[in-house]
Design a protein around this ligand. Structure first.
Ligand code: ZN
Length: 373
């Protein structure tokens, strides 16, 4: 038999439980809403160490690039939604592929490389580059000059399928950057128009060029040639503290504008639906609906999946996603096995390759896949 007293205390306990749950719910909801994305911006100061860059009219590109880059980073770091990562913070030599690796490793949202141009004439002005086939001879010369640092790197033949001195090797473009072309162009034109307008620089427009450092990254990436060191007047501006501060301030403001644009679009960037390809791997457990693959490339081009097209990797798989073809290597439900595939792909030269996970043929995050029993 339950007394009135008991009923009362049961009621009290129920109310208390409800209140506790309610508080947890509110707290949970709040943490859910306050979860904001931090955007990682990789800032790349061109050259460094034994590679001085161009020496213009007595000014050192590597020093100016570093000073501007660090000043941009300092301003960006004050923005609570932005994390800044540098490829170098002092006067040291960093290989071009390593700069890309740094950006890929931290899963950067964008990559901006700062340089200064040179020319035998008194040419001047500011130009921004995205990766693309070289439109004209001038762009080709700039790209060749910026890429020639490879020759200072040890084992460069092993690290790049590219010889800066051979025009033939300039034809094969990175497949990975193609996917980012639109966003890279968006960022480039924002930087170009803002910097030219606010700092009254001569407009050398947004152009495409085959810059090795841009070939190595898998996120929207641009390279800014801040001006010409060979032009005496512009060289002095670039070498001055006030010039560097002004360039850095405008560059940082523009990057913030771009990040704000990204924020508005975040929803559309998640979860691309991928059509399930035919599964040929016999080792996959019948019970598992999780598959791991290594994405080695992505392109608008439909490339035959013959091993000679993919640095001798066998059984490359092609999947069409929207306007793009994605190229995968390896297909297994075993995460440790896919890591072996990833190492293999990186070893043959797909240094930007990464692991993708699928659940019932639909792309999910690797983290999610690993949580699935
Ligand atoms: Zn340079």
């Amino acid at each position: 038999m339950t007394s009135l007293q008991d009923t009362k205390s049961i009621f009290k306990t129920k109310v208390l439980c409800f209140l506790v749950l309610f508080v947890f719910f509110i707290a949970g909801a709040e943490s859910l809403f306050s979860q904001r994305k931090i955007y990682t911006v990789v800032l790349d100061a061109g050259h460094g160490g034994r590679d001085p860059g161009n020496l213009g009219s007595g000014f050192k590109e590597k020093d100016i690039a570093l000073k501007v880059t660090l000043a941009v980073g300092k301003i960006l770091s004050k923005n609570k939604d932005i994390r800044v990562v540098y490829t170098r913070t002092k006067d040291n030599f960093v290989e071009l592929w390593k700069r890309g690796d740094i950006a890929n490793d931290v899963k950067a949202d964008l990559f901006v490389s700062f340089h200064c141009d040179s020319h035998t004439s008194q040419a001047y002005g500011l130009g921004t580059f995205v990766l693309g086939a070289n439109g004209n001879k001038t762009n080709l010369e700039i790209a060749k000059r910026e890429n020639s640092v490879i020759l200072l790197e040890k084992d460069y033949k092993q690290n790049y399928d590219y010889d800066p001195n051979s025009p033939a090797s300039i034809i094969g473009l990175s497949l990975l950057q193609e996917e980012n072309l639109e966003q890279s162009l968006q960022l480039a034109s924002l930087i170009q128009t803002q910097m030219v307008k606010k700092l009254k620089r001569h407009n050398r427009e947004v152009k495409m060029g085959n810059f090795q450092v841009l070939r190595e990254t898998i996120m929207p990436s641009v390279l800014v040639e801040l001006g010409f060191l060979t032009n005496k007047k512009e060289g002095r501006y670039l070498n001055s503290r006030s010039g560097q501060q002004a360039l850095a301030k405008t560059a940082a403001e523009t990057i913030v504008t771009y990040v704000n644009q990204l924020k508005l679009n975040t929803v559309s960037q998640t979860n691309t639906r991928v059509v399930a390809p035919v599964n040929t791997d016999k080792t996959i457990k019948a019970t598992s609906n999780i598959t791991f693959k290594v994405q080695i490339a992505s392109s608008k081009k439909n490339i035959e999946t013959k091993s000679y097209n993919f640095k001798r990797l066998k059984n490359v798989e092609r999947v069409k996603v929207g306007a793009y073809y994605k190229y995968y290597y390896g297909n297994t439900s075993d995460y440790s096995k896919i890591k072996t595939f990833l190492n293999e792909a990186k070893k043959v030269g797909y240094r930007s390759a990464f692991i993708s996970a699928f659940k019932n043929g639909e792309k999910i995050s690797v983290k999610e896949a690993l949580k699935t029993p």
